[in-house]
Design a protein around this ligand. Sequence first.
Ligand code: NAD
Length: 479
Amino acid sequence: MPEPKLWIDGKWVKSQSGKTFPTFNPTTGEVIAQIPLAGQKEIDMAVAAARKAYPAWSQMLARERSMYMMKVAASFRKNAAEISRLETLEHGSILSLAEHVPMVAAEQFEWAAGRAESLMGDLIPTLKDTLTYLKREPVGTCAIITPWNHAIIMMAVKLAQALATGNTCVLKPPSVNSLLGLKLAEVMEQAELPPGVLNVVTGPGSTVGNALAGHPGVDLVGFTGSSETGKEIMAAGAKTMKRMIMELGGKNPVIVLKDADIDAAVNHHAPRQCDNAGQHCSGAGRFYVHQKVYDEFLQKYIAASKKVIVGDPADKKTFMGPLANREHRDRVKAYIETGVEEGATLALGGKRSTISPMNKGFYIMPTVITGVKQHMKVAREEIFGPVSIIMEPFTGEEEVIALANDNSYGLCATVWTKDIAKAVQFTNRLHAGTVNVNTQVLTNDLPWGGFKESGIGKEGGEAGMLDYTQQKMVCIKIG
Ligand code: NAD
């Protein structure tokens, strides 16, 4: 593998300090590569390059920028095999997911290319003898800071929206997925994006990410990650009143009513809770199941969870690979132990495996914890792993709505019922940015974003594109 370098102003550059940090294979725990650690000098260079590129990029016709976006999409497709290989190597993604990722990234750019061209302004016929209109402009230079789950998709969705609408960007990928971040820079290089439009600097969030979030040359921070980090970034950006788009954590309630199709609910959630080792912001954070169907749900849910094949992500039979890094594996394990200490029951899993390769890598087996009470830490905090939290059964609908809303997060919620009127009542009363009934969907044209401490702004859909623009009112006296 060639020595990884930073991507600044259309050139591959070394970190002047010469310092590096390792990135690991989560399946084996082995070091894959040494990544350059960006210092303040490289961060300043990257921001300066993005600012220098901004006038030409922002004033380009939307149609011309869209053609670049289409070239980026084609470049993702051309690099699909290498991206998939890195997804499995550096993130532990199973093969089917790894193969899917570059296609999703390409689609993000194709969608943004089409949508950016149709972002129009409004003519306001409000004042006599004036021409008054509203137009959309890009915000400026964006710092894009992303998490390690679905790393390439997270980077691609933000960059597609930011770049297509005329902003220039400095990307800080998650440090544990730095190779994927630098691969994305290569994709952009091959698409011949003008120098400085995208820059990539690597390093830990606490230093490189924080320096970018507070950098006076950055106008907007597009962030996806935990709510705790989101708060730190908002504090760092407050000094220069930066625009913030925050896609944060969740503790998503899933409510199973007594008339629900239990098989459908189980067959959806049990595998999904182990998909990408449960590292989904939209994963089920806590299950509230009606007392009448509780035993049936639990018995079927545990049986379905036992069927999940855990193993080497490079093996076609594997459904669940490792967690993305050692620290996160230890964090998830600590949550399981806390749940038991607090009095909940470990009904399945909860352990690392003794079988190779799971004994060496960052694995946690599919885990089900039952008898969870509302005050317990495992009921309140995001775990972000293959762990299903089954709350004590409920009986009243008012009661379950109050329990579901009783949390600082508000990312998404899911309701299972055959009663359409009831479903609508629940969707009206649940405090979450997305509410699904008998399904869960997420596509490029749908806006995603949380209420409460789950975020500010939207990602995807027209709302997501608009968040990377600002509205200008123009009033011209003509009479
Ligand atoms: P994280 O908050 O630890 O890190 C996210 C990014 O922020 C990383 O690149 C990290 O290096 C950087 N960072 C860390 N500290 C920083 C600081 N002080 N200043 C600037 N940058 C900093 O999150 P994670 O563990 O990588 O990802 C998991 C979290 O992301 C979960 O909470 C999950 O719910 C959330 N997430 C949310 C969505 C969504 O759409 N709402 C999507 C995916 C993940």
